[in-house]
Design a protein around this ligand. Structure first.
Ligand SMILES: *Cc1c(COP(=O)(O)O)cnc(C)c1O
Length: 365
């Protein structure tokens, strides 16, 4: 063994050594339909105004860690109930980390639970923080298996259950009544996190129901709405619970450029909501066009992407890549996603290019 092999064996945890770094493919020059980004850039006049605001940002000082004006705008514009505050994260990925950091203990590994297939960061972050992840398979039609969830909650007593609403990578919205039953079953032994990353495309939310459920956390992000690059997520919950997450938040986790850009975006939230409306209309058109193709199954989506089952996912992705179109092959995420690909809804032009290339890939299959 070399010195470094020995050093790493002596110091780095086995589960980290065994893990592969999170891989993101190189996509420059591609039509990028792999990461649920909003395809629309900021309108030109808004870019100029944003530039002026960013020029005034105070870069030589640390951010003011209360983030009062940004939080105030989020609460006022994003439907946070009266008397409720938010905790900010560097993306909602960091909110996931903060929640898990508050429950994972040295003497008892906390159990984190989610229906699977789920957003990959739930299981990854649990692993990194030394918590146990329990995934409960969805039914074959990708709806929530409520009975299995309730049985698993009774058996494993999870500290946190994550429910993405709508779900990623499946795109569907779980039945609201099932989510309510799961929140109820957790009671005062577990925290329910409703992850509304795709809320702008579902037009439904648990945010206004926070006062009904004291063990509920509602988490959101501006990423899928059109600001993935600024890295800002937030979560709300009953004040006493929210305060616990605030304790583990790194004091300066949101940088001043993000703060300025986010306040600017919130002042123009209609622009982003209008873009979301265009994406929703395109989702309907694209889903109908895909559903008409032989051998292709389109699953229902309330998000800004579609999950498709195709005859041969590896073949389809390779042919799309050759045409410089990047989608995500999710086949290996879970056996129930065999031959499934996930396609972000793009602009009408991008979707037309995807549809043409995808049709050609089916014919030559
Ligand atoms: C994309 C996504 C997130 C992460 O969003 P960021 O704010 O960009 O970190 C969280 N949850 C789900 C379900 C997502 O798909």
């Amino acid at each position: 063994m070399t010195f470094l092999d020995q050093l790493i064996a002596n110091t780095i945890r086995p589960e980290i050594r065994a893990d592969a770094p999170y891989h993101v493919p190189e996509t420059s020059g591609f039509i990028k339909l792999d990461a649920m980004e909003n395809p629309y850039p900021l309108p030109l006049h808004m870019r100029a105004e944003l530039g002026r605001r960013l020029a005034d940002a105070v870069l030589n000082r640390y951010p003011v860690p209360s983030y009062a004006s940004l939080k105030h705008k989020i609460c006022a514009r994003m439907g946070v109930p009266k008397g409720y505050d938010v905790v900010l994260g560097n993306g909602s990925d960091e909110c996931i980390t903060m929640i898990m950091q508050t429950v994972a203990t040295r003497d008892r590994r906390a159990v984190i639970m989610a229906p699977v297939p789920a957003f990959v960061m739930y299981a990854r972050t649990a692993m990194v923080l030394g918590a146990d992840f329990v995934g409960i398979p969805l039914k074959a039609d990708l709806t929530l298996d409520k009975e299995a969830m309730l049985a698993a909650i009774a058996e494993h007593k999870p500290a946190v259950v994550f429910l993405a609403y709508p779900n990623n990578p499946t795109g569907n919205l779980f039945a609201e009544a099932d989510v309510v039953d799961i929140i109820g079953a957790l009671g005062d032994t577990g925290i329910a996190v409703v992850d509304e990353a795709y809320g702008p495309f579902a037009r439904t939310s648990f945010m206004h129901r926070l006062p009904e459920f004291e063990n509920l956390v509602v988490m959101r992000t501006v990423s899928k709405l059109g600001l993935a690059g600024i890295r800002l997520g937030y979560m709300s919950a009953a004040p006493q619970l929210l305060e616990q997450f605030e304790k583990v938040r790194p004091p300066y986790n949101v940088n001043v450029l993000t703060q300025v850009a986010a306040e600017f975006a919130l002042d123009h939230i209609d622009v982003f909501n209008d873009q979301a409306s265009l994406i929703i209309a395109e989702r309907t058109r694209l889903a109908a066009a895909l559903a008409a193709l032989p051998g292709v199954t389109v699953f229902p989506s309330a998000a800004n992407f579609l999950l498709l089952r195709v005859p041969d996912a590896i073949d389809a992705c390779a042919k799309l890549e050759a045409d410089k179109i990047m989608v995500k092959n999710v086949s290996r995420m879970h056996q129930m996603l065999a031959n499934c690909i996930r396609v972000t809804v793009g602009t009408p032009e991008e979707n037309a290019a995807f549809l043409d290339a995808f049709k050609a890939s089916l014919i030559s299959h």
